[in-house]
Design a protein around this ligand. Structure first.
Ligand SMILES: CC(C)(COP(=O)(O)OP(=O)(O)OC[C@H]1O[C@@H](n2cnc3c(N)ncnc32)[C@H](O)[C@@H]1OP(=O)(O)O)[C@@H](O)C(=O)NCCC(=O)NCCS
Length: 240
């Protein structure tokens, strides 16, 4: 389908159901979930384990072929934690797995298939044993993690830095740089003269944003008829 053929009211019902699903099934899985979450296809998002906090205005996108998995598997039932700040963007296929502590700042963006872990999970010489080499991961505000990159145990990434697609980060990354490769190394410095716009700026007025996007939906979808929409589900054509 090239266009959204849903009538406006069908989309409204869908968005209400999506929001209900998030509040009913995913919010209780968190110690804290801030207001204005946008969880897209939330039935493909798994949140499991204790001590998981996600700040306000989080956008998390689940897909059938790319579940988002945020999980704490501590040494016992109550240990381990994941804290994700405000305004996070988490794309399909992202996995955040903590044995001890993963702290992610505000406005952090994760592209498809990002993997963040604070543990190797298995001992090198006794693979049946859980690794006790567990070291926290700290990702500062406004970091951008590129497509399918991996952030390994013990790593801290400084503010505004970018991890290039496919990079494997095994050592600390300073603020305001781009790292790439495996193992990731600094390939470029960001220009401190250029003003940085973040997701925090975008979400400065989340209630106003909701009203704005609702207005856009109303304008774009209001002409869509119910029967024509049903037809597009059964027999779409190239003008749909
Ligand atoms: C990180 C990124 C944004 C940097 O882009 P850029 O500022 O234009 O960087 P450049 O292309 O100038 O690259 C700088 C150097 O790093 C290298 N490099 C860039 N990305 C790389 C990568 N993913 N892996 C390995 N090396 C990489 C370049 O070859 C170049 O090397 P050189 O200086 O020896 O020529 C970009 O490379 C990238 O990874 N984009 C993907 C972003 C993404 O995942 N988007 C998904 C949606 S969120």
């Amino acid at each position: 389908m090239r266009q959204d053929r849903r009538p406006y009211w069908v989309k409204k019902i869908y968005l209400r159901f999506r929001s209900w699903y998030t509040q009913h099934f995913l919010k209780p899985a968190c110690d804290y979930l801030g207001d204005y979450p946008t969880f897209m296809k939330p039935w493909y998002i798994s949140i499991s384990g204790p001590n998981i906090e996600i700040g306000r205005c989080a956008t998390i996108v689940g897909e059938p072929d790319g579940r988002v998995k945020i999980g704490v598997w501590g040494a016992d039932e109550t240990s381990g934690r994941i804290k994700i700040g405000d305004y996070a963007m988490i794309s399909p296929g992202t996995r955040i797995s903590a044995a001890n502590e993963i702290i992610i700042g505000d406005s952090v963006m994760m592209a498809n298939g990002v993997y963040i872990t604070d543990s190797d999970w298995h001992e090198l010489y006794d693979r049946g044993r859980r690794s006790d080499k567990v070291t926290p991961v700290h990702i500062a505000n406004n970091v951008w993690l590129g497509d399918h990159c991996t952030v390994l145990k013990g790593v801290s990434i400084g503010e505004n830095s970018v991890v290039a697609a496919g990079a494997v980060v095994s050592k600390d990354v300073p603020a305001n740089v781009i790292v790439a490769g495996n193992p990731a190394v600094v390939v470029k410095a960001l220009d401190p003269e250029i003003e940085m716009k973040t997701r925090a700026d975008f979400f400065a007025d989340p209630a106003g944003l909701e009203v704005f996007f609702d207005g856009v939906d109303k304008m774009v979808l209001q002409e869509n008829g119910f029967l024509n929409w049903l037809r597009t589900l059964i027999k779409p054509n190239c003008t749909d």
